[in-house]
Write a protein that binds this ligand. Structure first.
Ligand SMILES: C[S@@+](CC[C@H](N)C(=O)[O-])C[C@H]1O[C@@H](n2cnc3c(N)ncnc32)[C@H](O)[C@@H]1O
Length: 364
């Protein structure tokens, strides 16, 4: 469906004329498609609605008339569409990225540490509940599958494991004793308008809309603390307020990629200062920066092998999973893996031995 929506927009001069009224930095194609989806979900136009997926149901076939239906609908709702684009920004919250974080957290299980999770750029706060989901890692061989997490969870996050190195998957998920989200513009899931807009920003694929909707239910049932503010401004006080004992674990998925070089340097300085005094992990899943073909580094400032830079140019955007770890004041940095932006696949690159209590993927 995502490709179909973009395809109609790309090929239609009248729709493109609408999209070009949106400023380039506001991601016109994505914003246009999200606004059109929001209107489709609101008005449920028949028969076009039947081409869009419903939560929990299989992906419906695309009508052969979709192109004409979609363009006519968008042109008929031109003013509303532009109003939505004016009032909103494109806000993608992909709970599937938790599957990129889980293997990166494996060493904390081996250490027997409880965690205080601090999610930077938390958006709607879906990552804060990563211990409340069930994970299914499939592959690399077709008959291989490893699962972890709550068997009864309504959120099931499936990802395909690629490459030759299996990620370390622990038999249990980390025990999270406190969770704090930080965002310049946190998203209030108790507001139905916010929920509707976020649902429209999700690619209209059955699995994606279902995991998003279910994760929203989990977040609403388990309200977590969210702090509004620029991460560099609010993080120091948050860190100081965390009681001694648990391991402080900063996570960020697709947040630091939006930081300026100065802001990123400031964030590094905060982490370095705190990590010198207290054990801490910072796990990042972010594209290489700067975005695009000129990308030459990770947001964690870990040198990136030439092969990965080349793959970034060839394959396009992926999330680099990396970790900075402070133990006893000493810092260790590792590149762990790469992952599809929508968490469809994960490829582990860290060639270290798995910690004792972590198991490598086995047939399940
Ligand atoms: C692309 S969204 C990612 C949301 C979520 N982490 C995910 O992966 O689905 C990036 C989020 O980072 C937030 N953000 C960007 N710069 C920030 C900053 N300096 N401090 C705090 N939050 C920031 C944005 O408001 C947005 O919610």
């Amino acid at each position: 469906m995502t490709a179909a929506q973009f395809g109609v927009l790309r090929d239609d001069p009248e729709l493109l004329a609408i999209a070009t009224m949106i400023a380039p930095e506001r991601l016109p194609a994505l914003l246009f498609s999200a606004a059109a989806t929001a209107l489709v979900l609101e008005h449920e136009p028949s028969p076009m609605r039947e081409s869009f997926p419903r939560v929990g149901a299989p992906q419906p076939p695309l009508s052969p008339d979709f192109r004409e239906q979609y363009r006519t609908f968008c042109l008929d709702h031109r003013d509303d569409l532009l109003k939505l684009c004016e009032a909103h920004r494109y806000q993608m919250n992909e709970v599937g990225r938790c599957a990129d974080l889980v293997p990166a957290l494996a060493p904390t299980i081996a250490e027997g540490r409880e965690l205080v999770l601090v999610d930077i750029g938390t958006g709607a706060g879906l990552t804060l509940h990563l211990d409340r989901y069930r994970y299914v890692f499939r592959g690399p061989q077709p008959d291989r599958m490893t699962t972890v997490g709550d068997d009864d969870s309504v959120v099931v996050l499936e990802t395909e494991v690629r490459g030759s190195l299996p990620p370390p998957i622990t038999p249990v998920l980390p025990r999270i004793v406190d969770r704090i989200g930080i965002d310049v513009e946190p998203l209030d899931l108790f507001d139905s308008g916010v929920r509707a807009w976020l649902a429209a920003c999700v690619p209209q694929e059955s699995a994606a809309i279902t995991r998003f909707q279910r994760a929203v239910e989990v977040a609403i049932a388990n309200p977590a603390r969210t702090v509004r503010g620029d991460a560099c401004d609010v993080l120091p006080a948050i860190l100081e307020g965390i009681p001694s004992g648990p391991l402080v674990c900063l996570v960020d998925t697709y947040a630091h990629v939006f930081f300026s070089a100065e802001a990123l340097a400031r964030f590094h300085a905060i982490v370095e200062q705190f990590g010198g005094r207290r054990d801490l992990d910072w796990i990042s899943v972010d594209p290489l920066v700067p975005l695009g073909d000129a990308a030459d580094r990770s947001v964690l400032d870990i040198p990136v092998p030439a092969g990965l830079l080349e793959r970034n140019r060839r394959l396009g955007l992926f999330g680099l999973i990396g970790r900075v770890r402070y133990r006893g004041g000493k810092r260790a940095r590792s590149l762990l893996g790469i992952a599809h932006p929508g968490a469809a696949w994960l490829e582990w690159i860290e060639a270290q031995r798995a910690p004792r209590s972590a198991r490598r993927m086995t047939p399940g």
